[in-house]
Design a protein around this ligand. Structure first.
Ligand SMILES: [Zn+2]
Length: 296
């Protein structure tokens, strides 16, 4: 900082400051139709384009507020795993990268687990954050899935995972790959407790996440237009040297092929989850019993 900038009054500094993230998100270009969308309107529309229905990425907090009653939930505490055990460095040190993303997102890592109520029924949600290093799966994510499943078992509640990921976190090497069996164990805990595990696949869900907990749900819901696959379409095309069919690896295509059970628009997601939880648990029977008793 030069002596001149020390002398400049804050008002003038603010005029020349580079636009920050908040200013960037004032207007967003829809990747579907190219229309410019006003940030506030977009947020009110659950980050779905009013023009073409394209589902843009939904921030973690907004997603949790959307699915839980009265937008109320409690984030589940997760003990932090050892940081940067490999002392990894590419253009930047991994530890610095982590710090940067924590500052940017205000979250410790790429998955947040929370407990709340969906239409009166207790539920646990584990939401992956694509903004945090591409939603990559490292030790912290594995730990969060385990804690989420443990909480669900303690509360006899369903677990809903919202996936969005580029895959395993290369900065953690083999330790990131170990999260595939670890998250599978979390799913197994749900199965042993005979509690529902529902997966909501959002754009994009790829790599090691698709190869583990994202594809092990009792029910798989996908958001419209979401890309879901292991390797990306370009890699596959180059490998097999064939043109891929229209809509390949998209939610609707995968539903036609039986890989996905439902494609649900965001505005209808909460109601769909509530309906599924009711069907899959005793809570439904009890709630129905009560309303029948009240009606009689
Ligand atoms: Zn659009």
């Amino acid at each position: 900082m030069s002596w001149l900038s020390n002398l400049t009054p804050p008002g003038i500094k603010a005029m020349f400051r580079k636009p920050d993230d908040a200013a960037d998100s004032l207007w967003v270009k829809c990747p579907g139709c190219g229309e410019m969308l006003f940030g506030k309107d977009l947020e009110a529309a659950l980050n779905v384009c009013a023009g073409c229905g394209h589902h843009l990425k939904q921030p973690v907090e907004e997603r949790l507020k959307m699915i839980f009653d009265e937008a109320r939930y409690a984030v589940i505490d997760v003990p932090p795993p050892p940081e940067d055990p490999l002392g990894f460095r590419d253009e930047k040190k991994y530890i610095d990268r982590l710090k940067e993303y924590r500052r940017k997102t205000g979250r410790p890592d790429a998955m947040t687990a929370a407990v709340g109520a969906i239409e009166g029924m207790t539920a646990v949600a584990a939401v992956q954050d694509f903004e945090f290093m591409g939603g990559s799966m490292g030790m912290a994510l594995g730990e969060t899935m385990i804690r989420a499943a443990e909480t669900a078992v303690e509360r006899r509640a369903p677990l809903i995972a919202f996936t969005a990921s580029g895959g395993a976190r290369m900065q953690e090497g083999i330790l990131s790959l170990m999260q595939m069996p670890r998250t599978t164990i979390a799913v197994q805990m749900m199965r042993e407790a005979r509690l529902p595990y529902i997966v909501v696949l959002t754009h994009p869900t790829t790599g090691g996440v698709t190869a583990s907990f994202a594809m092990l749900g009792d029910i798989h819901i996908a958001e419209p237009g979401a890309l879901i696959g292991f390797a990306g379409p370009r890699v596959i095309e180059q490998t097999i040297r064939e043109k891929l069919p229209e809509g390949f690896q998209r939610a609707e295509f995968l539903k036609d092929k039986g890989m996905v059970d439902l494609v649900v628009p965001r505005a209808e997601l909460k109601a769909a989850l509530a309906r599924l939880i009711r069907v899959l648990t005793k809570a439904g029977e009890q709630a129905d019993g009560l309303s029948r008793a009240a009606a009689e």
